[in-house]
Design a protein around this ligand. Structure first.
Ligand code: ZN
Length: 353
């Protein structure tokens, strides 16, 4: 096996949605289906006028990929938000669309590349979907323009084995998603495409760009617009990446669950709490917030820690329940709802300071 990376930097292309659900770049990288599909066949009434936005699809798939990787202990950084050590925290506002918590702006490529270049041994994954406007020819062995393709910079680099693994994972999807390279492009003997995209050549770290299907092909669009389709793609990306990254050291096993220090409170000792409780407690972190938001967050954090770890825990503040650590499903529920209440309270404070 080739090189092992110690973190993954995710770059999701183009813009997302504003808070009220509008595209931040109306008309940019989007496609609206008309009366017929790419082959000239009439589209069903319900699909005519359907608009697919690449930036939105990219965020949906990227969030899923980031979650899958962090669940496996991989250190993930968000190149678009400029966020180090990303964690899948979800605001109550976007509880059912967690991907909307990602950065919505189309951050300039130079900024995303500089962020990635902060990681010598990082692996940059740029998540995109393709459009026929830029690649109108069917891939080798194909009779229609569709499918996924994986790109690296020209020549053999540390990124090529990763691209091959992602390619293999995509190719092994049961039922097939119409992977685009049916015969390897022969430039370097790998199945990936070789392109001098800036995101691939201006990055010091290894970089792979994935074009996950064509959003203006109706068959591919149906996959991209379904949760199952996006999860399938993200899973394939994850499987390809996992063969080349070193997850955080595993420090604890609890009830058969492998638990990673990334979601473990730093001062919890091994086996102190159930991983589900530790994960919830971790969401109450407030030291990164500005003082006026810390002031609102801390009481929630204190109460959460007192409930789960007992009054005498250093993170329980001055809370006095008169109880030791509690446990069970009701505690899990209480921490979940308390966290949502904390988020709502913090939102009321945003912009005040
Ligand atoms: Zn794109």
């Amino acid at each position: 096996m080739g090189h092992t990376f110690d973190c993954v930097i995710i770059d999701y292309g183009h813009g997302g949605l504003t808070l009220d659900g509008h595209s931040v770049h109306p008309g940019h990288k989007e496609y609206t289906f008309g009366q017929v599909d790419q082959d000239g066949h009439p589209l069903p009434e319900t699909l005519r006028g359907l608009t697919v936005r690449e930036g939105v699809i990219n965020r949906m798939i990227a969030w899923c990929l980031m979650k899958l990787l962090t669940d496996r202990g991989v250190v993930v950084h968000d190149a678009v938000a400029g966020r180090h050590d990303w964690k899948p925290e979800t605001s109550s506002r976007h509880a059912h669309q967690p991907w909307r918590d990602l950065e919505v702006a189309n951050i300039p490529l130079g900024d995303r590349i500089s962020f990635a270049n902060g990681y010598d041994n990082g692996l940059l994954i740029s998540v995109h979907s393709n459009a026929m406007g830029t690649a109108a020819n069917p891939g080798p062995g194909q009779d229609v323009v569709r499918g996924a393709a994986v790109f690296t910079s020209p020549g053999q680099t540390k990124a090529d084995p990763v691209a091959t693994s992602i390619w293999d994972a995509l190719s092994s999807i049961v039922g097939g998603l119409g992977t685009r390279m049916l015969t390897p492009e022969t430039t370097d003997g790998d199945p990936d495409y070789e392109r001098a995209f800036a995101v691939l050549t201006k990055t010091d770290c290894a970089a792979v760009l994935i074009e996950g299907l064509f959003f203006d092909n109706i068959d591919d669009a149906m996959v991209l617009l379904s949760g199952g389709g996006r999860t399938t793609l993200a899973n394939a990306y994850m499987r390809g990446i996992m063969a080349h990254v070193e997850p955080r050291r595993v420090v604890q096993r609890f009830g058969g669950t492998t638990y990673k220090p990334g979601v473990l409170l730093d001062d919890l000792t091994v086996g102190e709490v159930h991983p589900a409780i530790a994960e919830r407690l971790d969401r109450f972190r407030y030291h990164h917030l500005p003082p006026h938001l810390q002031a609102v967050s801390k009481p929630f954090s204190d109460l959460a820690h007192a409930l789960a770890l007992g009054d005498n825990h250093p993170k329980a503040g001055n809370v006095t329940t008169g109880q030791g650590p509690l446990e069970g499903p009701a505690l899990t529920e209480a921490l979940t709802l308390l966290w949502q209440a904390k988020n709502a309270a913090v939102y009321t404070m945003v912009g005040r300071g």
